[in-house]
Design a protein around this ligand. Structure first.
Ligand code: TMP
Ligand code: MG
Length: 211
């Protein structure tokens, strides 16, 4: 089926690219988008406005500096009205930052014969499933789980270590903290550390050290 200049898919589907930080999710997303463009697909890229790590905000940017233009939105409800009728591929980076309604939004897109490619963290800094990711992973037709390299031992890394003043973050710390190398490292399961226990029980010195 063809409409205008763009090749339309016969059926929609959802692809997920997930894994820890620094595993190459955004790079892989950009690679797929470039290939889709070569295949004469009309692609739209979205990301959450929360992620303001890189200059030139209307982009998705990988840790290695590759980038593509993207539309920044604050809530999943903004996405569907922005999708053009001729669009055949919708990509969403940092999907873990979106509200629960993002699940219905990507399902709706897939039901419209759109190829939906989402990238996001499967686990938060505590090593627990991140927001809507478990459900998105179950609903997806295709899942790619990438691993980074553990900065401690060089084994493949599946976890993201959050560091606060160089110390492992506390279990009770807020889930959302936008950042890159200054706050996060890729680690394997063995070298991933979570500080347990009530923050209140820390000494004033420790408290001041971990912020
Ligand atoms: P990345 O997957 O492109 O590296 O970006 C992940 C973003 O998510 C980055 O801004 C840091 C943030 N983040 C959190 O907010 N909470 C977390 O628990 C983790 C691991 C990352
Ligand atoms: Mg990324």
């Amino acid at each position: 089926m063809e409409r205008g200049l763009f090749m339309r898919h016969h059926t929609g589907y959802i692809e997920v690219i997930c894994g820890s930080m620094f595993c190459g999710k955004t790079e892989e997303l950009i690679r797929r988008i470039r290939r889709a463009t070569i295949a004469k697909q009309k692609v739209q890229v979205f990301k959450h406005r929360l992620d303001n790590r890189y200059e030139g905000v209307a982009k998705v940017t990988s840790h290695t500096g590759q980038h593509l233009e993207a539309q920044h939105i604050s809530h999943s409800s903004e996405l569907l009205p922005l999708v053009a009728p001729e669009t055949t591929v919708v990509a969403v980076d940092e999907v873990q930052f979106f509200d629960d309604n993002i699940i219905d939004v990507i399902q709706e897109l897939a039901s419209r014969e759109i190829r939906v490619i989402v990238a996001g963290l499967d686990l938060d800094f505590r090593g627990e499933p991140f927001g809507t990711m478990p459900e998105i992973l179950c609903l997806a037709e295709e899942v790619t789980k990438l691993r980074a390299i553990c900065v401690v031992c060089g084994e493949p890394a599946s976890r993201t270590q959050r560091l606060v003043n160089g110390e492992p973050a506390h279990y009770d710390d807020p889930i959302i903290l936008v950042g890159a190398e200054e706050s996060y490292e890729a680690r394997c399961r063995q070298h991933h550390i979570i500080r347990q226990g009530a923050r209140d029980s820390l000494s004033p010195k420790a408290e001041s050290e971990i912020g």
